[in-house]
Structure formats: C-alpha cells, structure tokens
Write a protein that binds this ligand. Structure first.
Ligand SMILES: [Zn+2]
Length: 419
C-alpha cells in the first residue's frame, strides 16, 4: 500500500465519521470504508456533486467544529448561492505550500516583485497567492481588482517582474497601456501567470505578442472547492498543467459519469489533505484532455494539455455540440480580430440562431465598409466549413463589448429565457 493511499484511507474514514451527507451517499450504495483497499476500489465510491456541497448550507459539509475555522472563502455564486468553504490553520498552511510549489513551477523566485491583480475578497485568488508568495519571500504589490490604470501605475513605478491575473484581464491591461502610450515590452515583466479562466494556445500567443516573446506565459488551475489555485500547475515549458500529486484525480465520461480510459473526460478530484472541507470524488464539470507523456521538466505527473470547457459550457446549437473554447480558438486565428467577443444563441420559430459579436482590432471608422463585409462572409463560410453550422458573425468596433468583472461570461443563451 503506497503512502498516499494510506493517507487517503485515513481521510475516507474521517469523512465517513464526520460528514453526514457523504456517509448517507455511501450507505445508499451499501459501502463502508472497509470496502476500499486500493486506488482501483475508489471507483466504487459515490461521486460528489456541487449540489451535495450546498446541502445543510452553509456548514453542512464541514468536517471540523466551527471553532476550528480561521477563514472563509466563497465562489462567485453566479449560478445560484455562493459555495462557502472554511479553512483551518492546517488548511491555510497546506495552501501556502501549494502556492509555493505553483510559483516554483512558474519560475517565480524570492527575487521577484509580484503584482497580484486578482480580487482580494471572498474569492480565493488574491489571498491565497498573497499568503504563499509572502512565505516564499517575494515582494508583493497587492493591487487587487483596482482600475487597470492604477494597476499599470504601480506596475511601472514599482517595477513588477511577475503579473498574476486572468488572461482576458492581462489583455485589458495591454489595451489600456497602449492607450496611455506605455510600451509594456519595455517593462521588466518576465512572467505572466494566468488563472481563473482557461488559456487557449491562441490566447497565449496573443499575450506573448502583446507583452513580449521572452515573457513566460503559463497558467494554473484550481477551484474554490479545493481552496483555490494549485490543482494543476503549468511549468516553464508551457505545455500543459501538471496535476498536483497531493490530490487524486480520475476521468469520467461526462454523460454516463462512469470511469473512462480515454484521454478526454470530466475531471474528478479527491482531496487527501484538506481538513475542513474534504471532498471525495468530486465531479468538477471540467472537461479536460490529459497527457501522460514525460515533460522536459522531468516531472512524470500527468498534464492537462487541453481544457475543453465546462460540461455546462458545452453549447448545443442546431443539434451540434460545440464548446466555447473551440469557438474562441477559431476566432483568435484571425489576426484582424480583437480578443473580446460574445456568443448569443436565440431561437426563431424553433430554429436556433447563433450570433457571434467580435471586436475588430481597430476603430471601424478607419476601415472601408467593403473590407469588413468581405471579412464577414469569409469568416462565416470558414465557420460553416469547420463546425457544420451557419452563424451570423457581427464585426463590431473595438471596445464595444463590455468586459465583465471577475469571471468572463462569453455566452448569452436567450433560448432559456423564452419558456
Ligand atoms: Zn513540466
């Protein structure tokens, strides 16, 4: 029995004793911790869903008395009530170590001056990086979610070498800098570490084009449920996010929810060292592609090489399944588009209409109308060829599509409203 499994087994026993909700789920399937004696056996255990975590709100899932909780975080709650997760002293320490490892993978050292552009609030982003990087010995500029103009001001004045933010925000910073005639390529930024939204390869290229070819652009992956960033950590080789060995991961078929041997599937995570809020076999809704190929960094931990989106991000338009990330990849291949877009799906007489509003990279006033009209026809045709469905592509002025604060919402599905 390997040590990690021993730790897991201990943890499963604890969850069985302390967590009524999961215990009931196990009892429904007639299983006790004694039935689980290998990693293979873990498949017998019931999956945990987001709905389970929200039962007996807000403390139902906790496995420690409230007196042991030192801090709370919560999800944004954009799709219902926010999930609240408590952290004990031990959880805070564990997370610090996770962030330090994440920073190491990104190439961040104690010599760096790190600007944290993530919000400092209930969201895990700001505080988790603050605590971990402080422990690592970095100099920290905790701008949080203040105006892009002020973020740029501190970035310049304090000579930040590392930026932490979401990919779309990194591009907003660049746009703002351009407007203010700041040449970001002349700043000492050497690492951009993104998270909170998925980074597509085309977006990585866009960020490098904007901030400089030599800037390392990598990402990490995490979620409030597991205390924030650090479930997946990309190393400096920019080829996917290594799964954190302090958790146990599986892939399941997103439809049948059964274990799959495919390299693509819904990621299921099991915590082993989270004290207040342990989760066994949590179905994350995140569809990923894993690679077990060895990474040049030497790590043998499997990597998330592609993030196909959330299972609830999968759009079904005219009977065709399509992911937002696929549409994004397609749009970003065209050099004359900006990074801001919006997908609208509506219905007319039982027919789905797919509309994509995408910003042109310049002000449209300076571009001949015929040129835009021919781009539109060209892109619509390419879209049809690639995905097999017709779309309406609207090329709009730059800065027309309003950025949303926090997590970006790219899709408006108007079909759901018409019921
Ligand atoms: Zn690596």
């Amino acid at each position: 029995m390997d040590n990690k499994f021993k730790d897991f087994k201990k943890e499963l026993n604890r969850v069985y004793r302390k967590n009524k909700i999961y215990k009931e789920k196990m009892q429904e399937q007639g299983i006790t911790p004694e039935d689980i004696n290998s990693w293979e056996d873990i498949k017998k255990l019931p999956l945990t869903t987001k709905q389970d975590l929200l039962k007996d709100y807000p403390n139902g899932w906790n496995c420690v008395p409230t007196s042991k909780i030192k801090m709370y975080h919560s999800s944004s709650g954009t799709t219902g009530k926010p999930l609240i997760v408590g952290l004990t002293e031990k959880d805070i320490e564990f997370r610090k170590e996770t962030i330090k490892e994440d920073a190491k993978q990104a190439g961040i050292t104690s010599e760096d001056t790190v600007e944290i552009c993530y919000g400092f609030g209930m969201f895990t982003g700001g505080f988790s990086f603050y605590e971990g990087l402080k422990d690592l010995g970095c100099k920290i500029i905790p701008t949080g979610a203040m105006s892009t103009e002020m973020q740029l001001f501190y970035m310049q004045k304090l000579q930040a070498t590392v930026l932490l933010s979401s990919p779309s925000h990194i591009m907003h910073l660049y746009e703002k800098a351009k407007e203010l005639k700041i040449d970001v390529k002349k700043l000492p930024i050497r690492i951009i570490r993104v998270g909170s939204e998925l980074l597509t390869e085309t977006m990585r290229k866009k960020i490098k084009d904007a901030w400089g070819e030599d800037v390392s652009v990598t990402q990490d992956y995490g979620m409030t449920e597991t205390l924030g960033p650090g479930l997946g950590m990309e190393c400096i080789y920019e080829n996917g996010m290594h799964l954190n060995p302090n958790y146990y991961f599986e892939l399941i078929d997103p439809i049948t929810k059964l274990p799959t041997e495919n390299e693509i599937g819904e990621l299921v995570v099991t915590t082993i060292y989270n004290e207040c809020f342990p989760i066994i076999r949590y179905a994350t809704n995140d569809l990923v592609k894993l690679s077990k190929e060895k990474c040049p960094c030497g790590s043998t931990s499997p990597r998330i090489v592609k993030f196909l989106g959330r299972t609830d991000d999968m759009l079904k338009v005219k009977g065709v399944k399509i992911f937002v990330s696929q549409i994004e990849d397609f749009l970003f291949m065209h050099p004359y588009f900006n990074h801001q877009y919006e997908i609208v799906i509506s219905k007319e007489e039982y027919k789905d209409i797919l509309t994509i509003n995408i910003e042109y990279k310049e002000n449209l006033i300076n571009v001949p109308k015929e040129k835009i009209a021919s781009y539109k026809i060209e892109v619509e045709q390419e879209f049809k060829n690639k995905f097999g469905i017709t779309s309406q592509i609207n090329i709009v002025d730059n800065k027309t599509i309003k950025p949303y604060p926090g997590k970006i919402i790219r899709v408006r599905d108007l079909r759901k409203l018409k019921r």
